[in-house]
Design a protein around this ligand. Structure first.
Ligand SMILES: [Fe+2]
Ligand SMILES: [Fe+2]
Length: 328
C-alpha cells in the first residue's frame, strides 16, 4: 500500500475519493506502459512483407467492397468490371492508410509537445513516449503498404491545414487534443474491428496490419479516455464551451474522412454524385455507419457533458448525433 493510501483512512470522504482516483490513474498508466514493453510490434520484423502470399495484386477479389459497405452495395459499384471493383476497394484502403499516417504524424508531434510541458514526475510522460514509438511503427507500416499498392494517394486538404491548430491544442488545451486523438482513433478502430469480425476472407496483409493496429490502439484509446475523465471535469465554463464547440466539428470531420472515398478516389473512378448521395447522403447506410463508428467517443461526450441536450442540435446538423446509450 502506498503512503498516500495508508493515510486515506484519516481523510474526509471527498479527499479520499480523489486519492483513490489518483492511484487508479497511476496504476492504469503503469499497466499500459508495461503492456507496451511486453506486447509491441515492429513494422518490418513483424509483417512478412516479402512472403509471396502477402504480395498485392490490385485485381485480387479480396479487395472488393462487400455489400455491407455503403458504396459496395450500390448498383453502380456492382456493375463495374471485377478488376475495377477490386481496384476501388484497394484504393480506398490505401487512402485510409495514407490518412492514417498523416493523422499519426500530427498525433506524435502533439504527444511530444504535450509531454515536453509536463511536470518532472508526471505519470503521463513515459506512456506518451511509448505511444509515440508505437505510432511511428504504425506509420512505417501504413507507408510501406501504400508504396506496395503502387497507387497514388491524396489525403483530403483539411488534414494538411489543421495540423498547426491541433499542435496548439496539445500545448495549451490538452483536453481538446485528446478528443482529437479519440476522433481519429476510435472510428479507425471500429472499422478495423468490424472488418476482422466480418467473417469475410481478407487479404493476409490487410488482416495482419489490422490486428497489429487494433491491439495497440486499444491502449492509446484507454489512455485518452482516462485522461479526459480525469481532467475535463476540472475545466472552467469558458473552456468547456470551447471544448464542446470544437470537439463536435473535430468528430464530424474525422469520422467522415475515415468512412467514405476521398475526392481523389471519386475523380479517379468517376463515381457519380448520385451514387455518393445514395451511399453516404442523409438516411443512407454510410450516414448510419458514421454514427456507429462514433458510438464510443460520443458516449464519453455524453458522460462528460461535452454533448448535452443544448448541444444536440449541432450534433444532429452534422449527422453525428444519437441519444445517449444508442449507437445510431
Ligand atoms: Fe496508430
Ligand atoms: Fe494510436
Amino acid at each position: 500500500m502506498s503512503a498516500a493510501a495508508s493515510l486515506t483512512g484519516e481523510l474526509p470522504q471527498e479527499e479520499r475519493a480523489r486519492v483513490d482516483a489518483d492511484e487508479a490513474y497511476h496504476r492504469l498508466l503503469a499497466r499500459l506502459s508495461h503492456q507496451s514493453v511486453v506486447k509491441h510490434y515492429d513494422a518490418y520484423a513483424d509483417v512478412p512483407w516479402d512472403d509471396p502470399a502477402y504480395a498485392i495484386d490490385p485485381d485480387d477479389p479480396r479487395f472488393e467492397l462487400s455489400d455491407a459497405d455503403p458504396l459496395g452495395a450500390t448498383a453502380w459499384y456492382l456493375s463495374q468490371p471485377q478488376p475495377v471493383r477490386a481496384r476501388i476497394g484497394l484504393h480506398m484502403i490505401a487512402t485510409f492508410a495514407r490518412i492514417g499516417w498523416q493523422f499519426e504524424s500530427v498525433l506524435k508531434r502533439g504527444l511530444l509537445e504535450y509531454a515536453l510541458r509536463l511536470p518532472e514526475n508526471a505519470p503521463e510522460f513515459r506512456y506518451c513516449y511509448h505511444e509515440v514509438i508505437e505510432e511511428a511503427q504504425h506509420s512505417l507500416i501504413f507507408h510501406e503498404f501504400v508504396q506496395r499498392t503502387g497507387l497514388a494517394t491524396k489525403p483530403p486538404w483539411i488534414l494538411g491545414v489543421g495540423d498547426r491548430l491541433v499542435l496548439g491544442f496539445a500545448r495549451r488545451f490538452p483536453e481538446l487534443f485528446f478528443f482529437f486523438v479519440l476522433a481519429g482513433e476510435d472510428p479507425i478502430d471500429y472499422t478495423q474491428r468490424e472488418m476482422l469480425q466480418s467473417g469475410e476472407e481478407l487479404h493476409p496483409l490487410v488482416e495482419r496490419i489490422s490486428r497489429i493496429h487494433v491491439t495497440e490502439e486499444a491502449r492509446h484509446i484507454a489512455f485518452a479516455r482516462h485522461y479526459l475523465r480525469r481532467n475535463v471535469p476540472k475545466l472552467s465554463g469558458l473552456k468547456m464551451f470551447i471544448l464542446r464547440l470544437r470537439t463536435t466539428f473535430v468528430m464530424a470531420i474525422a469520422s467522415r474522412m475515415m468512412s467514405r472515398p476521398t475526392g481523389h478516389v471519386v475523380r479517379t473512378y468517376g463515381i457519380p454524385s448520385e451514387v455518393l448521395r445514395e451511399a453516404y447522403g442523409p438516411g443512407s447506410k454510410g450516414a448510419e455507419y458514421i454514427k456507429r463508428a462514433l458510438f464510443k467517443p460520443r458516449e464519453l461526450c455524453w458522460e462528460l457533458g461535452v454533448l448535452n441536450e443544448r448541444w444536440a442540435p449541432l450534433w444532429k446538423r452534422l449527422g453525428i448525433y444519437a441519444p445517449q446509450g444508442s449507437p445510431v
